[in-house]
Design a protein around this ligand. Sequence first.
Ligand SMILES: [Mn+2]
Length: 366
Amino acid sequence: MSKDAFARVSDFLSLSIQIFMVLKNTENEIFTALETLIKVPKQKVTLVTHENPDGDAIGSAIGFGEVLKNYGHEVKIIVPNSYPEFLKWFSTDIEILVYDRKKNRGKAILQETQILFCLDFNEVKRTARMEKKVLEFSGVKVLIDHHPYPTDFCDLMISETEYSSTAELVFDVIQLINLGEYINHDAAEALFTGIMTDTGSFAHNISRPNTFQVVAKLMDLGIDTEKIHAAVYHNFSAHRMKLLGHCLGEKMEVFPEYRSAVMWLSQKELEKFEYQPGDTEGFVNYPLSINNIVFSALFIEKKDHVKVSFRSKGNFACNEFARDHFSGGGHKNAAGGETNLSLEAAVEKFTQLLGDYKHLLLETTI
Ligand SMILES: [Mn+2]
């Protein structure tokens, strides 16, 4: 073996050993199985994400999709419903089908698909109207996700809750199945976006150096991180900015005695500010920058239900709160749920509940 090749192999080996050390839940055999599966040439591979896809869902799907395409597979991405404008700048020629808009085409793609990757969700119901089709899918289903409490709906499960984002996990999975050389510039941009958005630009969800190690390797591929940041975060409409102003100015109530804050927006208000999907993304984080606030909730009135987002700091587990009271779940510090109550009743229910959590909220350490 030449000196160069030897260096490359030993580089790779030390990288895989490093990755195995950070993967806590997944058996090593799964990666051998996945590699064997993926290395059958020219397969029809589809990647599916959760409903209301965010930067991590889209970034993971495009990032992994590009790698699989570069390896020679025929790759498609299906998202249950549409995704925000600030995630539409990616350079990729992979078709991203919005299932809600083209159901028949979506069904036809799934019919032909041999391997289906489920990215960035832990329960099949997160695929909304695609749920039945995903459950019925007869090829091989592979989960790659970082949400706690995954349910058993895939043949191969890679579920690692200590990862900041699915995109970070996808990067490591790509190394472990020996496809690292197929990460091109487009894939690197997409994976970086997933990590950046799920960590609020590297502000939270990062518990290990691995996140920055992955980012460093993505930067080695020549991505322009400032350009990506601007494409995602400096791309809002004036309406969205005014909606944020309205929300913070008129629709936020702070409860210092419970270290909590709540905000709520009705359909009427959203219409007034010409709401576009994704416009309220990130709103729920703002109250957490108020001194001593550790729990924030945002209620949004949809056509037939109320959607709620939760954010918390430190050891206050907002996913448990979401699960116990608003049929939801998620991460410890970032979760969501829904309710069939009216908007007013939902907000009232939330504020009433704060009393029961006073102890936990006051004891929360950041
Ligand atoms: Mn995620």
